[in-house]
Design a protein around this ligand. Structure first.
Ligand code: BG6
Length: 797
């Protein structure tokens, strides 16, 4: 039976499809890629190969390309160099050699070298591109400028591109930048501002090549594709810790000029490891393919990072490093570098998902192996009734449960995603990931490989090839936006500043490091597991060591004085506070504690938070001795300090926490708002006789205490229990308990620490009752007890 109508329709449909195909080809247009620094190391090792891969992937899809290698090298030399590199380009394994040679030949035809120095050179390049487009009748799709040059060259090149080499209307411009992106927050900000004067944010692609590593690039898709299994697991209730590790065997020889300025934290942690951290920690966007959503969630993760302090880090330096710097940088024999080549950092996140989960970041040069991985170790909450030899990998809940994104190298030798069999069978797209065959005898993270569902990429790809493809497709989520960059520097800069003069622990390098670099953590503190190996043998007349002293008890201003080394002093004070609290709760059912702000009590708060599990917090009321007139969320606020170092780690009923009302009616400490009176009424309503069980005070170098300052009469006497005062230092406006109220307390403890307090300690020991000159001298509880707690530095100088 003939059906001419059908044939006709089919023919029309085929024609339309073909036409649409042709139009699509036409529509894709021409892309010019300009590789700046085309004769450099990175270009030779990765970038030319990445561009060839781009050509192979995209040219059949209707795009046409031209590749311009550019550098300052003379035309002849540059041409020779590029020709040699192009000869060595390789194809994926599945491309037959003849086909590969043919494709390479075509790529070579599309590639040329040119010298680019002046803005006229850039103008000439632009003209040549336009002429080529016209000659070949092509529509311009866009231009990619890949900056594989040192950052000091950025500004000039950026200016020339912006003024003379932008593509015509309707075509896009993408500029690709390589780190370092600054040295700290300020320099990163300056560089970013400079670049923003030439390029739009969406035109810039800052590379972090770790985001192109296949295992790293798989973190978000893995979380997305295994949402159901991970939903209940990816949180503080189940994750014991996260390790983000990049170990290297190489050292910094040959690069000490760069390395001296940067060190391991700036070189690796601030960028590669931090990026990975955000991928693990961020809230998973509903649509992980949306660059915009991924970047937004990443920024939110940055906001949840808890600030780092000196104790969050351990630093090391391989022994040969200083010698290498002396040789390469022509430094004198006496030169010793403080630059760390090894760092372990403990990071915490302040959000409901991750609160309390340690994230360990570690990287170093001259270590025993080259390996990179992200390991999520889950808590083990099971008890197994059978003996261990009968545990079966996919059933026993007693075996370790972990998910590892294995970035590469190490025992396994290739990127992989590993999931313990007792967790769940993961989904990975079979087109790009395949199951790894078992390798009997191979153990990873304490378990045989067979304990894991293990997947590796079907086709291993270099990070730069992956990223070049993402640049081409405009996938901005694989790159570092300005906001992202500045957020990362804002996180790292305070730590870098505080560590600038710290001497790193020396390590021999390689396997000989033994356990020297092992570290451990308690609470928020990190320290090396082994004591520094050099023993300090105290010779005659040498400085006393902590163990030479015990907690001393004597008198100061006729009141008991407890004196010790800082750690013991804090431990003693915390014990005394707990004992006072227990007594008060036994007798009255509640304990009213008024706390000062500033830096001295911070170790006390930490001690209470991490060592005093029997503290009767549920029956404790917390009051503030004084407050700065700033919003309570301001980092300067005393309440904020209390929140960061104590409140968030303990369980105090929220109605027992009494911040000072410094922020009322959207203004700060206005007399008319009567905040001081409100606080006084709250005290009088809740605290029997307005008599606190314990008031913790400090002493300033000018003799101030609470926010009662010399030469300022407010609060020294009179009927007002709570007063507004002025401090000589910023922020000037304060709210404070008055001396008379303080003196009603059952117990007052004054904590004085540090060498800076030596002079005032001496002075106040001699003066009488002169609160106008030295408010601290007015602290004299009418019927309560006063105890001084001083460390040796404050007391003995
Ligand atoms: C670079 C650092 O970003 O990463 C180098 O500057 C480091 O110091 C390198 O050696 C490691 O990258 P990869 O890809 O070899 O793991």
């Amino acid at each position: 039976m003939k059906r001419p109508g059908c044939w006709k329709m089919l023919a029309v449909a085929v024609c339309m499809v073909l036409l649409a195909g042709l139009q699509a080809q036409d529509l894709q247009g021409h892309v010019s890629v300009i590789l700046l620094g085309a004769t450099g190391d990175l270009a030779k090792k990765y970038l030319w190969q990445g561009l060839f891969q781009l050509y192979l992937d995209e040219v059949g899809k209707g795009y046409s390309f031209s590749f311009h290698g550019a550098a300052l090298t003379s035309t002849k030399q540059g041409q020779e160099f590029v020709a040699k590199v192009l000869e060595s380009l390789s194809c994926p394994e599945d491309v037959a050699p003849e086909r590969c040679a043919e494709l390479r030949g075509r790529f070579q035809q599309r590639s040329q070298y040119r010298r680019l120095r002046t803005s006229e050179d850039y103008m000439a390049l632009s003209k040549d591109i336009e002429a080529q487009l016209q000659h070949e009748g092509l529509r311009e799709a866009g231009r990619i400028f890949y900056f594989s040059v040192p950052p000091f060259a950025y500004a000039d090149i950026a200016r020339s591109i912006n003024s003379s080499c932008r593509p015509g209307p309707g075509a896009w411009l993408r500029v690709v930048l390589e780190k370092p992106f600054g040295h700290d927050r300020l320099s990163a900000q300056q560089l970013a501002t400079e670049l923003r004067s030439f390029f739009q944010e969406e035109e810039m692609y800052r590379v972090d090549h770790y985001l192109g590593k296949q295992a790293v690039a798989q973190i978000l898709p893995f979380r997305d594709q295994n949402r159901k299994a991970l939903d209940g697991l990816w949180n503080r209730h189940h994750v014991e810790r996260v390790e983000i590790i990049m170990k290297e065997t190489v050292d910094a020889e040959g690069r000490t000029g760069f390395y001296e300025e940067y060190g391991v934290i700036r070189d690796v942690l601030q960028n590669h490891l931090t990026e990975i951290l955000t991928l693990v920690a961020m809230e998973l966007p509903y649509n992980v393919s949306s660059s915009e959503a991924v970047l937004r969630h990443k920024l939110q993760a940055f906001q949840a990072l808890r600030g780092l302090h000196k104790d969050s880090a351990v630093l090391g330096q391989y022994q040969a490093y200083s010698g290498q710097v002396r040789r390469e940088q022509q430094k004198p024999d006496s030169f010793h570098s403080l630059t760390p080549t090894f760092a372990g950092i403990l990071v915490h996140m302040d959000n409901l998902r991750w609160e309390g989960v340690p994230f360990i970041l570690m990287s170093g040069k001259a270590l025993d192996e080259r390996v990179g991985y992200v390991r999520i170790l889950f808590r083990n909450q099971a008890y197994c009734a059978q003996t261990e030899t009968r545990w079966v990998a996919d059933q026993s809940q007693c075996l370790p449960r972990q998910i590892v994104f294995y970035i590469g190298h190490g025992e396994l030798g290739s990127p992989a995603v590993l999931v313990s069999r007792n967790l769940f069978r993961p989904f990975l797209p079979s087109g790009s990931w395949k199951e790894v065959e078992d390798r009997p005898g191979l153990r990873l993270f304490g378990r045989p490989l067979s304990d894991f569902y293990a997947y590796s990429p079907v086709r291993e790809q270099d990070a730069y090839s992956v990223l070049i493809s993402h640049i081409f497709h405009g996938r901005k989520d694989s790159f570092i936006t300005t906001e992202n960059l500045l957020a990362s520097w804002a996180f790292w800069t305070p730590l870098l500043d505080s560590l600038a003069h710290e001497a790193p622990r020396l390590y021999p390098g390689g396997a000989e490091n033994g356990h020297l670099l092992d570290f451990e953590f308690t609470g928020t503190q990190l320290r090396f597991s082994q004591q520094q190996p050099e023993q300090l043998v105290p010779g005659p007349g040498s400085a006393p060591s902590p163990s030479d002293f015990q907690v001393l008890q004597s008198k100061y201003r006729d009141s008991p004085l407890i004196s010790a080394w800082p750690e013991e002093l804090i431990a003693k004070l915390a014990d005394d506070i707990e004992a006072t609290a227990m007594r008060a709760v036994r007798r009255f059912g509640e304990f009213h504690l008024a706390l000062s702000g500033g830096s001295s009590p911070v170790p006390l708060f930490q001690q209470l938070a991490t060592r005093h599990y029997g503290f009767p917090w549920a029956h404790t009321h917390l009051w503030l001795v004084d407050e700065r007139c700033v919003p309570l969320r301001d980092p300067e606020s005393n309440f904020q300090g209390l929140q960061a170092h104590l409140l968030q780690h303990i369980r105090v009923p929220y109605y027992n926490v009494h911040p000072m009302p410094v922020h009322l009616h959207q203004r700060l400490c206005a007399e008319e708002d009567q905040g001081a009176q409100m606080y006084a009424s709250e005290i009088s309503a809740l605290v029997t006789n307005s008599s606190f069980d314990l008031v913790l005070l400090g002493m300033g170098t000018d003799g101030h205490t609470a926010s009662l300052f010399p030469q300022s009469p407010a609060g020294l006497e009179g009927p007002q229990p709570v007063v507004l005062t002025r401090s000589p230092s910023k922020p000037h406006q304060r709210m404070s308990l008055s001396l008379p109220l303080i003196n009603r307390a059952r117990k007052v403890a004054i904590l004085v620490m540090g060498r800076m307090k030596r002079e005032i300690t001496l002075l106040v020991s001699r003066v009488g009752h002169e609160p106008k000159k030295w408010p601290i001298s007015g602290v004299l509880p009418s019927s309560g007890q006063l105890v001084w707690y001083m460390d040796y530095e404050a007391f003995l100088g």
